[in-house]
Design a protein around this ligand. Structure first.
Ligand SMILES: Cc1cc2nc3c(=O)[nH]c(=O)nc-3n(C[C@H](O)[C@H](O)[C@H](O)COP(=O)(O)OP(=O)(O)OC[C@H]3O[C@@H](n4cnc5c(N)ncnc54)[C@H](O)[C@@H]3O)c2cc1C
Length: 407
Protein backbone atom coordinates (compact mmCIF):
# COMPACT_ATOMS: atom_id res chain seq x y z
CA UNK A 1 0.00 0.00 0.00
CA UNK A 2 1.41 3.36 -0.98
CA UNK A 3 -0.34 6.47 0.27
CA UNK A 4 1.74 8.93 -1.70
CA UNK A 5 -0.64 11.08 -3.76
CA UNK A 6 0.28 12.25 -7.25
CA UNK A 7 0.51 15.95 -8.07
CA UNK A 8 -2.76 15.71 -9.93
CA UNK A 9 -4.47 14.15 -6.91
CA UNK A 10 -3.09 16.89 -4.66
CA UNK A 11 -4.44 19.48 -7.13
CA UNK A 12 -7.87 17.86 -6.91
CA UNK A 13 -7.78 18.04 -3.10
CA UNK A 14 -6.81 21.72 -3.26
CA UNK A 15 -9.61 22.50 -5.70
CA UNK A 16 -12.25 20.81 -3.56
CA UNK A 17 -10.98 22.49 -0.39
CA UNK A 18 -11.00 25.90 -2.06
CA UNK A 19 -14.51 25.30 -3.40
CA UNK A 20 -15.83 24.83 0.14
CA UNK A 21 -13.80 27.73 1.51
CA UNK A 22 -15.64 29.91 -1.00
CA UNK A 23 -19.07 28.37 -0.60
CA UNK A 24 -19.34 27.98 3.17
CA UNK A 25 -20.08 31.03 5.29
CA UNK A 26 -17.42 31.88 7.86
CA UNK A 27 -19.73 31.00 10.75
CA UNK A 28 -20.68 27.63 9.22
CA UNK A 29 -21.18 25.27 12.15
CA UNK A 30 -18.96 22.54 10.72
CA UNK A 31 -19.24 20.32 13.79
CA UNK A 32 -22.76 19.31 12.80
CA UNK A 33 -26.11 20.70 13.68
CA UNK A 34 -26.04 23.46 11.01
CA UNK A 35 -28.64 21.59 9.02
CA UNK A 36 -31.12 20.99 11.83
CA UNK A 37 -32.80 24.39 11.33
CA UNK A 38 -35.00 24.92 8.28
CA UNK A 39 -32.77 27.58 6.73
CA UNK A 40 -29.75 25.32 7.27
CA UNK A 41 -31.53 22.55 5.39
CA UNK A 42 -32.33 24.83 2.46
CA UNK A 43 -28.69 25.97 2.38
CA UNK A 44 -27.39 22.38 2.38
CA UNK A 45 -29.72 21.39 -0.46
CA UNK A 46 -28.48 24.30 -2.56
CA UNK A 47 -24.86 23.54 -1.73
CA UNK A 48 -25.44 19.92 -2.67
CA UNK A 49 -26.69 20.99 -6.11
CA UNK A 50 -23.73 23.36 -6.60
CA UNK A 51 -21.31 20.59 -5.57
CA UNK A 52 -23.03 18.24 -8.00
CA UNK A 53 -22.48 20.75 -10.80
CA UNK A 54 -18.73 20.60 -10.07
CA UNK A 55 -19.00 16.81 -10.37
CA UNK A 56 -17.63 16.23 -6.85
CA UNK A 57 -20.79 14.60 -5.52
CA UNK A 58 -20.39 11.65 -7.87
CA UNK A 59 -16.66 11.79 -8.51
CA UNK A 60 -16.26 7.99 -8.66
CA UNK A 61 -19.33 7.21 -10.78
CA UNK A 62 -19.03 6.26 -14.45
CA UNK A 63 -19.23 9.19 -16.89
CA UNK A 64 -22.26 7.73 -18.67
CA UNK A 65 -24.17 8.09 -15.39
CA UNK A 66 -23.20 11.72 -14.80
CA UNK A 67 -20.14 10.88 -12.73
CA UNK A 68 -16.57 12.13 -13.17
CA UNK A 69 -15.30 8.59 -13.78
CA UNK A 70 -12.44 9.09 -11.30
CA UNK A 71 -10.72 6.26 -9.44
CA UNK A 72 -11.22 5.12 -5.84
CA UNK A 73 -8.27 7.14 -4.55
CA UNK A 74 -9.61 10.36 -6.12
CA UNK A 75 -13.06 9.62 -4.74
CA UNK A 76 -11.44 9.04 -1.34
CA UNK A 77 -9.75 12.44 -1.57
CA UNK A 78 -13.00 14.23 -2.47
CA UNK A 79 -14.89 12.46 0.32
CA UNK A 80 -12.14 13.26 2.83
CA UNK A 81 -12.53 16.93 1.89
CA UNK A 82 -16.32 16.71 2.39
CA UNK A 83 -15.58 15.49 5.91
CA UNK A 84 -12.89 18.12 6.47
CA UNK A 85 -15.40 20.81 5.46
CA UNK A 86 -17.82 19.30 8.00
CA UNK A 87 -20.49 18.38 5.50
CA UNK A 88 -23.06 15.60 5.69
CA UNK A 89 -25.04 15.61 2.46
CA UNK A 90 -28.85 15.46 2.54
CA UNK A 91 -28.57 12.63 -0.01
CA UNK A 92 -25.76 10.85 1.85
CA UNK A 93 -27.51 7.48 1.97
CA UNK A 94 -28.66 7.74 -1.61
CA UNK A 95 -25.14 8.49 -2.81
CA UNK A 96 -23.31 5.97 -0.67
CA UNK A 97 -25.79 3.12 -0.30
CA UNK A 98 -28.76 3.18 -2.67
CA UNK A 99 -26.73 4.21 -5.73
CA UNK A 100 -24.09 1.44 -5.37
CA UNK A 101 -26.99 -1.03 -4.94
CA UNK A 102 -28.68 0.26 -8.11
CA UNK A 103 -25.36 0.06 -10.00
CA UNK A 104 -24.86 -3.52 -8.83
CA UNK A 105 -28.37 -4.97 -9.02
CA UNK A 106 -30.52 -2.50 -10.96
CA UNK A 107 -31.91 -2.86 -14.45
CA UNK A 108 -30.94 -0.30 -17.10
CA UNK A 109 -34.36 1.39 -16.60
CA UNK A 110 -33.77 1.62 -12.84
CA UNK A 111 -30.35 3.17 -13.39
CA UNK A 112 -31.88 5.75 -15.75
CA UNK A 113 -34.61 6.54 -13.26
CA UNK A 114 -32.74 6.71 -9.95
CA UNK A 115 -29.18 7.75 -10.74
CA UNK A 116 -29.58 11.14 -12.53
CA UNK A 117 -31.56 12.88 -9.73
CA UNK A 118 -28.88 11.76 -7.26
CA UNK A 119 -26.13 12.96 -9.56
CA UNK A 120 -27.83 16.37 -9.78
CA UNK A 121 -27.88 16.51 -5.98
CA UNK A 122 -31.65 16.55 -5.85
CA UNK A 123 -32.93 13.26 -4.46
CA UNK A 124 -33.01 12.41 -0.74
CA UNK A 125 -33.13 8.76 0.26
CA UNK A 126 -33.82 7.06 3.58
CA UNK A 127 -32.48 3.62 4.37
CA UNK A 128 -35.52 1.93 5.93
CA UNK A 129 -34.28 -1.44 7.18
CA UNK A 130 -34.66 -1.49 10.96
CA UNK A 131 -37.89 -2.69 12.53
CA UNK A 132 -38.89 -3.10 16.18
CA UNK A 133 -37.84 -6.78 15.96
CA UNK A 134 -35.30 -6.54 13.14
CA UNK A 135 -32.23 -4.55 14.19
CA UNK A 136 -29.07 -6.61 14.56
CA UNK A 137 -31.19 -9.56 13.48
CA UNK A 138 -31.83 -7.98 10.08
CA UNK A 139 -33.27 -11.20 8.67
CA UNK A 140 -36.24 -11.00 11.03
CA UNK A 141 -38.11 -8.55 8.74
CA UNK A 142 -41.83 -8.51 9.50
CA UNK A 143 -42.92 -5.90 6.95
CA UNK A 144 -44.72 -7.88 4.31
CA UNK A 145 -44.86 -7.36 0.56
CA UNK A 146 -47.56 -9.53 -1.02
CA UNK A 147 -47.61 -9.72 -4.81
CA UNK A 148 -50.88 -8.67 -6.48
CA UNK A 149 -50.61 -8.61 -10.29
CA UNK A 150 -48.06 -5.96 -11.25
CA UNK A 151 -47.92 -4.62 -7.70
CA UNK A 152 -46.70 -5.54 -4.22
CA UNK A 153 -48.88 -4.54 -1.27
CA UNK A 154 -46.75 -3.51 1.71
CA UNK A 155 -47.75 -3.55 5.37
CA UNK A 156 -45.50 -3.04 8.38
CA UNK A 157 -43.35 -0.65 10.36
CA UNK A 158 -39.78 0.58 10.17
CA UNK A 159 -38.13 2.36 13.07
CA UNK A 160 -35.11 4.53 13.89
CA UNK A 161 -34.72 5.57 10.25
CA UNK A 162 -32.34 8.55 10.01
CA UNK A 163 -33.25 11.68 8.17
CA UNK A 164 -34.11 15.30 8.81
CA UNK A 165 -34.88 16.14 5.17
CA UNK A 166 -38.10 15.20 3.45
CA UNK A 167 -37.30 11.96 1.61
CA UNK A 168 -37.94 11.30 -2.08
CA UNK A 169 -37.26 7.57 -1.95
CA UNK A 170 -37.03 4.77 0.57
CA UNK A 171 -34.52 1.96 0.23
CA UNK A 172 -36.18 -0.82 2.14
CA UNK A 173 -36.52 -4.53 2.86
CA UNK A 174 -39.75 -6.53 3.09
CA UNK A 175 -40.69 -10.17 3.54
CA UNK A 176 -41.90 -11.71 0.28
CA UNK A 177 -41.90 -15.39 1.32
CA UNK A 178 -42.10 -17.41 4.53
CA UNK A 179 -38.96 -19.49 4.34
CA UNK A 180 -36.54 -21.31 6.56
CA UNK A 181 -33.93 -19.92 6.89
CA UNK A 182 -35.69 -16.59 7.22
CA UNK A 183 -33.17 -14.52 5.23
CA UNK A 184 -34.12 -16.36 2.02
CA UNK A 185 -37.58 -14.78 1.86
CA UNK A 186 -36.74 -11.07 1.84
CA UNK A 187 -36.72 -8.61 -1.08
CA UNK A 188 -35.25 -5.17 -1.62
CA UNK A 189 -37.45 -2.28 -2.79
CA UNK A 190 -36.87 1.28 -3.97
CA UNK A 191 -40.07 3.06 -3.04
CA UNK A 192 -41.26 6.60 -3.85
CA UNK A 193 -41.51 8.12 -0.39
CA UNK A 194 -44.90 9.76 -0.90
CA UNK A 195 -46.99 6.76 -2.00
CA UNK A 196 -50.46 6.64 -0.40
CA UNK A 197 -50.41 4.64 2.84
CA UNK A 198 -46.90 5.70 3.97
CA UNK A 199 -46.79 7.81 7.13
CA UNK A 200 -43.87 9.22 9.12
CA UNK A 201 -43.41 9.99 12.79
CA UNK A 202 -40.30 11.83 13.98
CA UNK A 203 -38.18 10.43 16.83
CA UNK A 204 -35.92 13.33 17.87
CA UNK A 205 -32.81 11.81 19.42
CA UNK A 206 -30.26 13.00 21.97
CA UNK A 207 -27.48 12.88 19.36
CA UNK A 208 -29.01 15.94 17.67
CA UNK A 209 -30.20 14.19 14.53
CA UNK A 210 -33.66 12.87 13.88
CA UNK A 211 -34.81 9.33 13.38
CA UNK A 212 -38.25 8.35 12.12
CA UNK A 213 -40.86 5.67 12.47
CA UNK A 214 -42.26 4.80 9.06
CA UNK A 215 -45.57 2.97 8.69
CA UNK A 216 -46.74 1.08 5.59
CA UNK A 217 -50.49 0.63 5.42
CA UNK A 218 -51.53 -1.26 2.25
CA UNK A 219 -48.95 0.61 0.20
CA UNK A 220 -49.17 -0.31 -3.49
CA UNK A 221 -45.66 -0.58 -4.96
CA UNK A 222 -45.23 -1.34 -8.66
CA UNK A 223 -42.98 -4.32 -9.39
CA UNK A 224 -40.62 -2.02 -11.31
CA UNK A 225 -39.43 -0.87 -7.85
CA UNK A 226 -38.18 -4.32 -6.85
CA UNK A 227 -34.37 -4.18 -6.89
CA UNK A 228 -32.53 -7.33 -7.92
CA UNK A 229 -34.01 -10.78 -7.52
CA UNK A 230 -37.17 -11.59 -5.63
CA UNK A 231 -36.33 -13.16 -2.24
CA UNK A 232 -32.62 -12.36 -2.62
CA UNK A 233 -32.86 -8.91 -1.03
CA UNK A 234 -31.08 -9.89 2.17
CA UNK A 235 -28.00 -10.95 0.19
CA UNK A 236 -28.15 -7.81 -1.96
CA UNK A 237 -28.38 -5.64 1.16
CA UNK A 238 -25.45 -7.41 2.82
CA UNK A 239 -23.36 -6.95 -0.33
CA UNK A 240 -23.90 -3.20 -0.24
CA UNK A 241 -23.44 -2.65 3.51
CA UNK A 242 -19.73 -2.12 3.07
CA UNK A 243 -20.46 1.00 1.01
CA UNK A 244 -22.32 2.40 4.01
CA UNK A 245 -19.68 1.45 6.55
CA UNK A 246 -16.55 2.60 4.78
CA UNK A 247 -15.42 6.02 3.55
CA UNK A 248 -12.86 8.72 4.19
CA UNK A 249 -15.29 11.50 5.14
CA UNK A 250 -15.34 10.55 8.82
CA UNK A 251 -11.56 10.69 9.35
CA UNK A 252 -11.54 13.96 7.39
CA UNK A 253 -14.01 15.38 9.87
CA UNK A 254 -11.97 14.04 12.80
CA UNK A 255 -8.79 15.65 11.45
CA UNK A 256 -10.55 19.01 11.28
CA UNK A 257 -11.99 18.51 14.76
CA UNK A 258 -8.61 17.72 16.23
CA UNK A 259 -6.89 20.64 14.50
CA UNK A 260 -9.44 23.07 15.88
CA UNK A 261 -9.40 21.51 19.33
CA UNK A 262 -5.58 21.82 19.49
CA UNK A 263 -5.90 25.46 18.45
CA UNK A 264 -8.46 25.93 21.23
CA UNK A 265 -6.07 24.34 23.74
CA UNK A 266 -3.34 26.75 22.62
CA UNK A 267 -5.55 29.76 23.25
CA UNK A 268 -7.49 28.65 26.34
CA UNK A 269 -5.87 29.40 29.67
CA UNK A 270 -6.27 27.59 32.99
CA UNK A 271 -4.58 28.98 36.11
CA UNK A 272 -3.00 31.64 33.92
CA UNK A 273 -1.31 29.18 31.55
CA UNK A 274 -2.38 27.88 28.12
CA UNK A 275 -3.89 24.40 28.33
CA UNK A 276 -1.16 22.99 26.08
CA UNK A 277 1.40 23.61 28.81
CA UNK A 278 -0.38 21.09 31.04
CA UNK A 279 1.44 17.71 30.69
CA UNK A 280 -1.81 15.75 31.07
CA UNK A 281 -3.44 17.77 28.24
CA UNK A 282 -0.40 17.20 26.02
CA UNK A 283 -0.55 13.45 26.67
CA UNK A 284 -4.27 13.28 25.83
CA UNK A 285 -3.78 15.34 22.65
CA UNK A 286 -0.95 13.04 21.57
CA UNK A 287 -3.19 10.00 22.12
CA UNK A 288 -5.94 11.64 20.10
CA UNK A 289 -3.53 12.35 17.25
CA UNK A 290 -2.48 8.69 17.18
CA UNK A 291 -6.13 7.57 17.15
CA UNK A 292 -6.95 9.98 14.32
CA UNK A 293 -4.04 8.59 12.32
CA UNK A 294 -5.14 4.97 12.87
CA UNK A 295 -8.64 5.97 11.82
CA UNK A 296 -7.34 7.59 8.63
CA UNK A 297 -5.15 4.60 7.77
CA UNK A 298 -8.01 2.15 8.22
CA UNK A 299 -10.26 4.28 6.00
CA UNK A 300 -7.60 4.46 3.29
CA UNK A 301 -6.96 0.75 3.60
CA UNK A 302 -10.62 0.22 2.71
CA UNK A 303 -10.23 2.55 -0.30
CA UNK A 304 -7.24 0.49 -1.40
CA UNK A 305 -9.28 -2.69 -0.97
CA UNK A 306 -12.11 -1.31 -3.10
CA UNK A 307 -9.59 -0.41 -5.80
CA UNK A 308 -8.12 -3.92 -5.83
CA UNK A 309 -11.21 -5.97 -5.14
CA UNK A 310 -11.06 -7.84 -8.44
CA UNK A 311 -8.04 -9.65 -7.05
CA UNK A 312 -8.89 -9.38 -3.35
CA UNK A 313 -12.63 -10.12 -3.43
CA UNK A 314 -15.15 -8.59 -0.99
CA UNK A 315 -13.69 -7.12 2.19
CA UNK A 316 -13.74 -9.79 4.90
CA UNK A 317 -14.52 -7.24 7.62
CA UNK A 318 -14.39 -3.54 8.08
CA UNK A 319 -11.95 -1.96 10.50
CA UNK A 320 -12.66 1.65 9.52
CA UNK A 321 -16.33 1.27 10.55
CA UNK A 322 -15.10 -0.16 13.83
CA UNK A 323 -12.79 2.87 14.28
CA UNK A 324 -15.74 5.20 13.63
CA UNK A 325 -17.61 3.61 16.48
CA UNK A 326 -14.87 2.97 18.99
CA UNK A 327 -12.65 6.01 18.50
CA UNK A 328 -15.51 8.52 18.36
CA UNK A 329 -16.21 7.64 21.96
CA UNK A 330 -12.53 7.60 22.93
CA UNK A 331 -11.90 11.06 21.44
CA UNK A 332 -15.01 12.49 22.99
CA UNK A 333 -13.97 11.19 26.43
CA UNK A 334 -10.53 12.76 26.11
CA UNK A 335 -11.95 16.14 25.08
CA UNK A 336 -14.34 16.02 28.03
CA UNK A 337 -11.46 15.20 30.34
CA UNK A 338 -9.43 18.17 29.07
CA UNK A 339 -12.34 20.58 29.47
CA UNK A 340 -13.38 19.26 32.89
CA UNK A 341 -16.76 20.51 34.06
CA UNK A 342 -16.93 23.02 31.19
CA UNK A 343 -17.15 20.09 28.80
CA UNK A 344 -20.69 19.51 30.03
CA UNK A 345 -22.02 22.90 29.05
CA UNK A 346 -24.21 23.20 26.01
CA UNK A 347 -23.77 25.52 23.08
CA UNK A 348 -25.53 28.74 24.03
CA UNK A 349 -24.33 28.81 27.64
CA UNK A 350 -22.12 31.84 28.16
CA UNK A 351 -19.60 29.65 30.02
CA UNK A 352 -19.50 26.92 27.39
CA UNK A 353 -16.03 26.35 25.96
CA UNK A 354 -15.20 25.52 22.36
CA UNK A 355 -18.75 26.50 21.33
CA UNK A 356 -20.25 23.61 23.29
CA UNK A 357 -18.92 21.14 20.73
CA UNK A 358 -17.56 18.76 23.33
CA UNK A 359 -20.94 18.32 24.98
CA UNK A 360 -22.61 17.88 21.59
CA UNK A 361 -19.98 15.37 20.52
CA UNK A 362 -20.46 13.42 23.73
CA UNK A 363 -24.20 13.16 23.20
CA UNK A 364 -23.72 11.93 19.65
CA UNK A 365 -21.49 9.10 20.90
CA UNK A 366 -24.52 7.74 22.77
CA UNK A 367 -26.17 6.81 19.49
CA UNK A 368 -23.59 4.72 17.73
CA UNK A 369 -26.13 2.04 16.77
CA UNK A 370 -26.53 3.45 13.26
CA UNK A 371 -25.21 1.08 10.54
CA UNK A 372 -24.93 -1.73 13.09
CA UNK A 373 -23.77 -1.89 16.70
CA UNK A 374 -20.21 -2.22 17.94
CA UNK A 375 -20.98 -5.72 19.25
CA UNK A 376 -22.08 -6.83 15.79
CA UNK A 377 -18.93 -5.37 14.21
CA UNK A 378 -16.84 -7.36 16.68
CA UNK A 379 -18.94 -10.43 15.98
CA UNK A 380 -18.24 -10.11 12.24
CA UNK A 381 -14.50 -9.59 12.82
CA UNK A 382 -14.40 -12.67 15.06
CA UNK A 383 -16.25 -14.79 12.49
CA UNK A 384 -14.75 -13.61 9.22
CA UNK A 385 -11.49 -12.04 10.34
CA UNK A 386 -10.39 -14.59 12.90
CA UNK A 387 -12.26 -17.50 11.31
CA UNK A 388 -13.93 -18.40 14.62
CA UNK A 389 -16.93 -20.72 14.38
CA UNK A 390 -20.48 -19.33 14.48
CA UNK A 391 -21.95 -18.95 17.95
CA UNK A 392 -23.71 -22.22 18.74
CA UNK A 393 -27.51 -22.03 18.66
CA UNK A 394 -27.65 -22.65 22.42
CA UNK A 395 -25.48 -19.62 23.22
CA UNK A 396 -27.53 -17.53 20.78
CA UNK A 397 -30.64 -18.48 22.75
CA UNK A 398 -28.97 -17.35 25.99
CA UNK A 399 -28.09 -13.97 24.41
CA UNK A 400 -31.64 -13.58 23.08
CA UNK A 401 -33.04 -14.31 26.54
CA UNK A 402 -30.66 -11.79 28.15
CA UNK A 403 -31.76 -9.16 25.62
CA UNK A 404 -35.42 -9.92 26.31
CA UNK A 405 -34.85 -9.47 30.03
CA UNK A 406 -33.15 -6.13 29.38
CA UNK A 407 -36.30 -4.80 27.61
C1 LIG B 1 -28.77 7.30 15.58
C2 LIG B 1 -29.34 6.10 14.89
C3 LIG B 1 -29.54 6.15 13.52
C4 LIG B 1 -30.07 5.03 12.85
N1 LIG B 1 -30.32 5.13 11.51
C5 LIG B 1 -30.87 4.09 10.86
C6 LIG B 1 -31.23 4.19 9.45
O1 LIG B 1 -31.04 5.23 8.82
N2 LIG B 1 -31.79 3.12 8.86
C7 LIG B 1 -32.02 1.96 9.52
O2 LIG B 1 -32.53 1.03 8.89
N3 LIG B 1 -31.72 1.82 10.84
C8 LIG B 1 -31.17 2.87 11.52
N4 LIG B 1 -30.87 2.76 12.86
C9 LIG B 1 -31.16 1.53 13.57
C10 LIG B 1 -29.89 0.70 13.80
O3 LIG B 1 -29.46 0.14 12.57
C11 LIG B 1 -30.24 -0.38 14.84
O4 LIG B 1 -30.48 0.29 16.06
C12 LIG B 1 -29.12 -1.39 15.01
O5 LIG B 1 -29.03 -2.22 13.86
C13 LIG B 1 -29.33 -2.27 16.25
O6 LIG B 1 -30.58 -2.83 16.27
P1 LIG B 1 -31.55 -2.71 17.56
O7 LIG B 1 -31.59 -1.27 17.96
O8 LIG B 1 -32.82 -3.41 17.23
O9 LIG B 1 -30.78 -3.46 18.71
P2 LIG B 1 -30.79 -5.01 19.01
O10 LIG B 1 -30.48 -5.76 17.78
O11 LIG B 1 -32.02 -5.32 19.75
O12 LIG B 1 -29.54 -5.11 19.97
C14 LIG B 1 -29.57 -4.64 21.33
C15 LIG B 1 -28.16 -4.84 21.91
O13 LIG B 1 -27.79 -6.24 21.86
C16 LIG B 1 -26.59 -6.42 21.15
N5 LIG B 1 -26.68 -7.67 20.36
C17 LIG B 1 -27.69 -8.03 19.52
N6 LIG B 1 -27.43 -9.24 18.98
C18 LIG B 1 -26.23 -9.63 19.46
C19 LIG B 1 -25.40 -10.79 19.25
N7 LIG B 1 -25.77 -11.77 18.43
N8 LIG B 1 -24.23 -10.84 19.92
C20 LIG B 1 -23.84 -9.85 20.76
N9 LIG B 1 -24.58 -8.74 21.01
C21 LIG B 1 -25.74 -8.63 20.35
C22 LIG B 1 -26.49 -5.22 20.23
O14 LIG B 1 -25.17 -4.95 19.86
C23 LIG B 1 -27.09 -4.13 21.12
O15 LIG B 1 -26.13 -3.61 22.01
C24 LIG B 1 -30.36 3.85 13.57
C25 LIG B 1 -30.14 3.80 14.96
C26 LIG B 1 -29.64 4.90 15.61
C27 LIG B 1 -29.44 4.84 17.09
Amino acid sequence: MDFGFTEEQERLRKKVREFFQEELPEDYDWGGGAETAEEGQAFMRELQKKTAKQGYLTSGWPKEYDGMGLGYVEQGIVDEEFGYAGISWPSQLGLHLAAPAVFLFGTEEQKKKFIPPLARGEAVWFEAFTEPEAGSDEANQQTRAVQDGDYFILNGQKTFISGIYKPDFLYTLARTADTVPKHRGISLFLIPADLPGITYRALPSMGGGTQNDIFFDNVKVHKEYLLGELNRGFYHAMATFEFERTGTAFPGRVKRGLEEFIQFCKEEKRNGKPLIEDPEVRKLLAEMAVEAEIWKLMAWKAVWWFGNREELGPMPFDLSGMCNKQLTTAQSEKMSKILGIYGQLRQGSKWAKHEGRVERGWRSTRSLHAAGTLEIYKYVIARRGLGLPRIPAKLNAVIAQALDEKK
